[in-house]
Write a protein of this length. Structure first.
Length: 403
């Protein structure tokens, strides 16, 4: 069942628009005063201290606006990195003067003024205008008593007033979206700072994933392969003892057991090495993906269009993503058929897995999609999921072909 959209914006958007005019006026006056007074005092000894203090204040005011946007517009903006505090008064002043966050906050206060005025006009001015237009025939007769014929202004005033009132929610949504975009662009971390955070998160993800994989290999080697080799050694020891006797049947049984244990150990080692670096990737994705699809319980159509091979780490990520997505199709989708396509253009590789299942796939819903998103983020990639209820489901992984 599709959820109907509320025709009215949330109450936070109305409150933000009402507060927009006073906050916008105060912030705009602050920004203009800082720039004007800073220019006038730039030739005096008070110029630099004034600008330093004003920029520090702009940074603090920007933090208040950032929290207000998160609270009322439900658009959390990541906090920028704290201001460096080097030792020495001159060094601290230089840090403030070169702080991009403070200058961007000052620009935000300047741009917030017209948006605040438009928001206040939308939620206060337009409803007032609608009320005046709707009651125009009555207001005119109250102001000018006496008989008055009904003319086209009386007939058109009421529809015009209703049209103005109906336009308020749409205009408010558009202004709220503009305010969210402005806050994200100017009050959050600078692009370089955001990139550093993404790289730090990707590094932490890779380290955690590598550590977990090493622990898993250690467990498998200790509990599986090592135990199998010990059992094989015991069996060979028993076979050696049997050589001193004439019990050929027992010797044949022990040798058969040793052969089976050897096969099991080899199978386990192949499974472990396949988890580290799949042998199928020796021939590239064009040769590995059809084999992966052939092992899936759901019929999968494979299309690979790679003019040149991506880097080896990228191939591994694409292979494991394809394996995880095909596993999801088999376990959760109820699909009858699926498609797997890989292509590259413009230095990017795109993996797309589509199925005709029931849909409703969401990251974090136990389908492993959150883990895939983190794996892709570690190589500067992204995961997109389109899975409406009833299907079909399309999952796209987009990542660079070189690190």
């Amino acid at each position: 069942m599709t959820k109907r959209r509320n025709p009215l914006p949330p109450g936070g958007e109305w409150a933000f628009a009402v507060l927009g005019l006073p906050l916008g006026v105060l912030g705009g006056l602050y920004a203009v005063a800082v720039l004007y007074a800073g220019a006038l005092l730039s030739l005096t000894v008070l110029g630099l201290p004034f600008v330093v203090a004003a920029l520090a204040g702009a940074r603090a005011i920007g933090g208040l606006h950032r929290r207000l946007v998160g609270r009322l517009l439900h658009a959390p903006v990541p906090a920028p990195s704290p201001l460096p505090r080097p030792s020495g008064l001159l060094a601290r002043g230089r840090a403030v003067l070169t702080d991009p966050v403070a200058w961007r906050a000052l620009l935000y206060l300047l741009l917030r003024l017209p948006l605040g005025a438009l928001g206040f006009l939308t939620v206060v001015g337009l409803p007032a205008a609608s009320l005046w237009l709707t009651g125009f025939p009555l207001w005119v007769r109250l102001i000018e008593p006496g008989p008055r014929p009904v003319g086209w202004p009386d007939a058109g005033a009421v529809p015009a007033g209703l049209a103005v009132l109906l336009a308020v929610p749409a205009l408010l949504r558009a202004l709220s979206a503009a305010n969210r975009a402005l806050a994200r662009a100017l009050l959050g971390p600078a692009r370089s700072q955001q990139r550093v955070r993404e790289l730090e998160h990707a590094r932490a993800t890779l380290l955690a994933e590598g550590t977990e994989r090493l622990r898993g290999l250690e467990r498998d080697l200790h509990d599986g392969t090592q135990a199998q080799l010990v059992a094989l050694a015991i069996t060979l020891s028993l076979a050696d003892d049997a050589l001193t006797t004439t019990d050929l049947e027992r010797l044949r049984t022990l040798l058969d057991r040793a052969r089976g244990q050897t096969d099991d150990t080899i199978t386990g080692l192949r499974r472990l090495t396949r988890g580290i670096n799949p042998v199928a990737l020796d021939g590239g994705l064009a040769g590995a993906l059809p084999g992966l699809a052939a092992a899936a319980p759901v019929p999968v159509t494979v299309r690979v269009d790679l003019p040149e091979r991506p880097a080896e780490p990228i191939e591994r990520v694409v292979y494991f993503c394809a394996a995880e997505l095909l596993t999801n199709v088999a376990k959760h989708s109820g699909a009858r058929t699926a498609e797997l396509a890989v292509g590259s253009s413009g230095g990017r590789v795109r993996l797309t897995v589509r199925d005709d299942g029931r849909g409703g796939a969401l990251p974090g819903a136990g389908s492993g999609l959150s883990g895939l998103a983190e794996r892709l983020a570690a190589v500067d990639g992204a995961l997109t999921v389109r899975s409406p209820p009833g299907g079909p489901t399309t999952v796209t992984a987009d990542l660079p072909d070189r690190l």
